[in-house]
Design a protein around this ligand. Structure first.
Ligand SMILES: Nc1nc2c(ncn2[C@@H]2O[C@H](COP(=O)(O)OP(=O)(O)OP(=O)(O)O)[C@@H](O)[C@H]2O)c(=O)[nH]1
Ligand SMILES: [Zn+2]
Length: 347
């Protein structure tokens, strides 16, 4: 890691500074989670790299989080997040898993070739908005496309306020249009499906190939653990690039608000449907279907909205179910403890 001279090079900004008391400002040191190991975190601070042991007394931390270290270098507290990506954890036990925190801007990448898909862009937009980050749609492989402008217009038509850029990810001059999002104090992440050019774009922004240390086995006193590649990279122009495998595999889960924000036109229409629980299929008095018949919205967009809504509802239902199960289990444990305490008393 290159020497840090200013906190802003690590993505520090007024939002975090404002959370500190005068005493904390004077005596406590902010540090950012750069790597997450099983039992410890690697942090970046103005003084360089630090190691923090994970402990059950600490809140769950994730790459991108800001923490305050006490004068002895121990964990003091975590700072409130500006944005947070999470997902439904894989496996039989469904729970919410933190992916990344404090990402300001997400470069939603999509290639200008046969894989170009407005629906996929909408999916990533919903995820980004749910997390509370700003989205910039970066259309890659513009150099291989005969008419990039017409595809840029199609993306722009999704939302007139949407930021859309077409680039050749291999060419640093071309990716220069993204520089304003990569300044000191900013944290960016790249989302997009396989092969669209995420690594290529990252290397162009970084000005050199980013080293991805292969996960390797290491022996130490505490036994075997897997070393993980660092996930925060300092961009020469001053910003921070957050690149974790979790971000790359991001799935849709529990993101109704993100979908509503992405499909604001359809959500606005839906509020005029006769039934509050209208599914916008073939119910009488459906304002969304009426708008479709009147060609005010297109079929692809509506189909994608309904698909994403269904998908996230399915996922959040399993999340809710698992939470309910945990709640009832803990109620059961409390009851058992209470009963056994009563029995002890009467002994
Ligand atoms: N001509 C051209 N080729 C590109 C561009 N962006 C990426 N490529 C090429 O597309 C291929 C895939 O790019 P990657 O950067 O590996 O894609 P990725 O999104 O990181 O893929 P995964 O690692 O599978 O997620 C590589 O051969 C790149 O050289 C571009 O803008 N123009
Ligand atoms: Zn309806």
């Amino acid at each position: 890691m290159t020497t840090i001279s200013r906190l802003s090079q690590l993505g520090w900004k007024p939002f975090f500074q404002q959370q500190l008391t005068l005493e904390e400002l004077a005596d406590y040191q902010p540090a950012r989670v750069a790597v997450q190991h099983r039992s410890q975190y690697e942090l970046y601070s103005e003084e360089g790299r630090k190691i923090l042991q994970a402990s059950s007394n600490q809140p769950s931390l994730v790459v991108g989080d800001w923490v305050l270290l006490d004068p002895e270098g121990g964990f003091y507290r975590a700072l409130e997040r500006l944005s947070c990506f999470s997902r439904k954890a894989a496996g039989s036990r469904i729970s919410e898993q933190l992916i990344a925190a404090n990402v300001d801007t997400v470069f939603i990448t999509c290639a200008l070739n046969q894989n170009f898909s407005l629906s996929r862009i909408e999916r990533y937009l919903a995820l980004t908005r749910e997390a509370g980050a700003e989205a910039v749609v970066v259309l890659t492989k513009a150099d291989l496309c005969d008419d990039p402008h017409s595809l840029v217009s199609q993306v722009q038509a999704l939302d007139s306020r949407l930021l859309v850029e077409a680039v050749n990810a291999l060419d640093q001059q071309s990716t220069g249009v993204l520089a304003s999002w990569c300044r000191a104090g900013s944290t960016v992440a790249v989302l997009g499906s396989s092969g669209v050019g995420k690594s290529t774009l990252i290397n162009s922004l970084m000005g050199c190939p980013v080293q991805h240390t292969q996960a390797a086995r290491e022996d130490d006193d505490r036994g075997r653990h897997t070393t993980t590649a660092r996930s925060l990279h300092l961009i020469p122009s001053g910003g921070v690039l957050l690149d974790t495998p979790g971000m790359r595999e991001l799935q849709l889960s529990s993101c109704e608000a993100g979908i509503e924000a992405t499909f604001a036109d359809i959500s606005a229409l839906a509020s005029a449907c006769r039934f509050t629980d209208c599914q916008h299929q073939n119910e009488p008095g459906c304002a969304v279907q009426a708008a479709l018949q009147a060609s005010q919205i297109d079929q692809r967009r509506l189909t994608n909205y309904l698909k994403l809504m269904q998908e996230q509802a399915r996922n959040s239902l399993t999340l809710a179910q698992s939470r309910a199960k945990e709640r009832s289990l803990s109620r059961y444990y409390r009851k058992v403890l209470h009963e056994s305490a009563k029995l002890k008393k009467s002994d």
